[in-house]
Write a protein that binds this ligand. Structure first.
Ligand code: A3P
Length: 275
C-alpha cells in the first residue's frame, strides 16, 4: 500500500535514513543473507532488513532516489548504510543505474562454486513451489534436454556464469569498487572472511571469534551479537540439496570450467571450483 512505503521517522533523533554506501549485489544463493547479517555485527554498519529491489524493479525505480532512501535503515552519523538485493548482479540495467546514484559506492559480491549455486538455486525454487502447492519438477528435467545434453535455457545455469555478469559491472565500475567474498569460505571460516570485508570497507575491525559459534544441529555457524544474544539464520538458509547423478555433476563441471577461468581472470583471483 502507499502508506507502508512512507518512511517512518528515525529514533534516536540524531539518526536518519540515507542512500546506501555499500550494496551487496549478489549472487543469488551465494550467502548474501549470511553476509549482511554478519556485517551487521559491526557497529559501524546499518543494514536494511529486506531486499529493496530498487534498481531492478521498474515500479520501484520510478519512485526515485528519495523513495529508495526511505527504505533504508536509520543510521547514526558515521555509520555505513548497506542493503542487499542479489538480483542486481544478473540484471543488465542495474550497473549504470547504481553508477548514476553514486560512482563511489562500494560493492560486495559473494560467490560460491557455481555448481553448488545451481543446486542451491534449484532447492530454493523447489521449496517455493511446495509452499504455493505447485508440483516441483525434478532437477534432471530442468538440467537436461531430451538428448541428454545440458539445457542451457535453464536460468539457474545462466546465473552461475559469473564472468558475463561481472563483465557488465566492470564496464560501469573500476575493479577497486568491488570486494569479492568467497561464499564457500564464509561457511567454513566466517571470521576470516569477514575480517577481509571490514578491511575493504575501512571499518574498525570489531567482528571477533566471540561472534560465531558452530551449531551442530544446523550444521552452520550461528551468530552472537554484542549483547550476547544468539541466533542462527532462518531455516531456509543451509538446506539439503538434491542428490544428482555423478554424470550430470560432471557435465556441469565441464560446462562451468571455462567460464570460471574467465571469471578468475576478471577479478584477478582464483577459487577452487575447477578441481
Ligand atoms: P543453501 O541453503 O543452499 O545451503 P542466500 O542468502 O544468498 O540465499 O544464500 C543462502 C546460502 O547461504 C545457503 O545456501 C548457505 O549455504 C549459505 N550460508 C553461508 N553461511 C551460512 C550460515 N552461517 N548459515 C546458513 N547458511 C549459510
Amino acid at each position: 500500500s502507499s502508506l507502508s512505503s512512507l518512511s517512518s521517522p528515525c529514533k534516536p533523533k540524531n539518526s536518519s535514513r540515507r542512500l546506501p554506501d555499500i550494496i551487496i549485489i549478489g549472487v543469488r544463493k551465494g550467502g548474501t543473507r549470511a553476509l549482511i547479517e554478519m556485517l551487521s555485527l559491526n557497529d559501524g554498519v546499518a543494514a536494511a532488513d529486506s531486499e529493496v529491489h530498487f534498481f531492478d524493479w521498474e515500479s520501484h525505480f520510478q519512485r526515485g532516489l528519495s523513495w529508495y532512501a526511505s527504505q533504508m535503515p536509520c543510521s547514526r552519523r558515521g555509520q555505513l548504510t548497506v542493503e542487499k538485493t542479489p538480483a542486481y548482479f544478473t540484471s543488465a540495467k542495474v550497473p549504470d543505474r547504481v553508477l548514476q546514484m553514486n560512482p563511489s559506492v562500494r560493492l560486495l559480491l559473494i560467490v560460491r562454486d557455481p555448481v553448488e549455486r545451481v543446486l542451491s538455486d534449484y532447492t530454493q525454487v523447489f521449496h517455493n513451489h511446495l509452499q504455493k502447492h505447485k508440483q516441483p519438477q525434478p532437477i534432471e528435467t530442468l538440467l537436461l534436454q531430451d538428448d541428454g545434453r545440458l539445457n542451457l535455457s535453464y536460468k539457474a545455469l545462466n546465473r552461475s556464469l559469473y564472468h558475463t555478469h561481472m563483465q557488465r559491472w566492470l564496464d560501469a565500475f573500476p575493479r577497486q569498487s568491488f570486494h569479492v567474498v568467497d561464499g564457500d569460505a564464509l561457511i567454513r571460516e566466517p571470521l576470516e572472511e569477514m575480517r577481509k570485508v571490514e578491511n575493504f570497507l575501512h571499518l574498525e575491525p570489531q567482528i571477533s571469534a566471540e561472534n560465531f559459534y558452530f551449531n551442530r544441529t544446523k550444521g552452520f555457524y550461528c551468530l552472537r551479537d554484542r549483547q550476547g544474544s544468539e541466533r542462527c539464520l532462518h531455516s531456509s538458509k543451509g538446506r539439503a540439496h538434491p542428490q544428482v547423478a555423478p554424470e550430470i555433476l560432471q557435465k556441469l563441471r565441464e560446462y562451468f570450467h571455462q567460464p570460471n577461468q574467465n571469471f578468475f581472470q576478471l577479478v584477478g583471483r582464483t577459487f577452487d571450483w575447477n578441481r
